[in-house]
Ligand binder design. Structure first.
Ligand code: GDP
Length: 283
């Protein structure tokens, strides 16, 4: 993700004068959005002197930092011993199943017990994929019959998590956007089903967005947020051409904070969002 800004800096460093249009276009193409890019350019112009590469980095960093949330504490097991339920939602292909497994491992490595629910029943391969992850990472996976209703899979997994006193339940849910109504129905049903056994569940709803998809990710966040309140993002594929700027834009425009980051296909390529290192990484 740092690559993009590195090339931007090279461009500026090697040039006598800044091409403002070029700089603005570069900022926009890094997924920072028009509003933020314009604001960065305005601030630089307001310096009223020759602008250096350091000025660009500092101003951009400051503007990014201003638009990102402070760090959240990691999800903690509940004091009453009931499962902390995490609903993972998102469009297929974003890395939802992989991220559910990675999050499971991340919690497990912190000494917590975890159950995964394979509730993305519309994509047959997703259930098998999560099962394989479960075997590989030694995490239990609850699945339903083929074409089972996602909410029934979540219900049974929740029942098992409560009975076993498992600390975390992660539900990898369906990720279709047919229409907003459809999505709302589907996610609403899952939420109501989880609330049947614990009216406080789900405790955290995370949307998985693929950083390489730019403004598509912003649109997905808008749609899902309308259909079901989101507590945060898992931003994936930051190891690829994803620039991370989209996470800043989504928080700036919708107030949905990045909570976890995916940086590769391997289970360990996953971390909790840390503002300082995120800003450092981005440029
Ligand atoms: P889903 O359809 O949203 O459940 O997506 P999957 O979990 O099946 O992931 C889709 C593809 O993206 C798979 O090939 C994953 O290995 C890959 N993937 C997921 N997260 C990351 C990531 O952080 N970095 C990279 N490079 N690939 C990822």
């Amino acid at each position: 993700m740092a690559g993009f800004f590195k090339s931007l800096l090279n461009k500026i460093t090697n040039r006598a004068e800044i091409d403002w249009d070029d700089l603005e276009a570069d900022l926009i193409s890094s997924d920072l959005g028009i509003r933020m890019s314009t604001s960065i350019i305005d601030e630089l112009r307001d310096l009223g002197r020759e602008v250096s590469a350091d000025d660009v980095v500092e101003t951009t960093r400051r503007q990014i930092a201003r638009r990102l949330p402070e760090n959240f504490p990691p999800p903690a097991p509940r004091a009453d011993g009931k499962p902390f339920v995490i609903l993972v939602v998102g469009v297929n292909g974003t890395g939802k199943t992989t991220s559910s497994a990675k999050l499971g491992l991340w919690l497990h490595q912190r000494g917590h017990t975890v159950i995964l629910a394979a509730a993305d029943t519309f994509r047959a391969a997703a259930v098998e994929q999560l099962q394989r992850w479960g075997e590989r990472l030694h995490l239990p996976v609850v699945k339903g019959n083929p074409n089972a209703d996602p909410s029934s899979v979540c219900f049974h997994a929740h029942q098992k998590a409560i009975a076993d006193r498992t600390q975390f339940l992660i539900c990898d849910t369906a990720g279709r956007i047919h229409t907003r109504h459809n999505l709302m129905e589907e996610l609403g049903k899952i939420r109501r089903t989880l609330a049947k056994q614990d009216e406080t569940a789900p405790h955290l709803t995370l949307l998985v967005v693929d950083a390489t998809t730019g403004s598509n990710a912003l649109n997905q966040a808008k749609e899902f947020h309308k259909a079901s309140p989101l507590d945060g993002l898992i931003v994936t594929k930051l190891d690829g051409s994803g620039k991370g700027g989209i996470a800043v834009t989504i928080h700036d425009q919708l107030g949905i904070p990045p909570r976890f980051l995916g940086t590769g296909e391997e289970p360990a390529a996953f971390s909790i969002f840390d503002k300082e290192s995120f800003v450092k990484e981005i440029l």
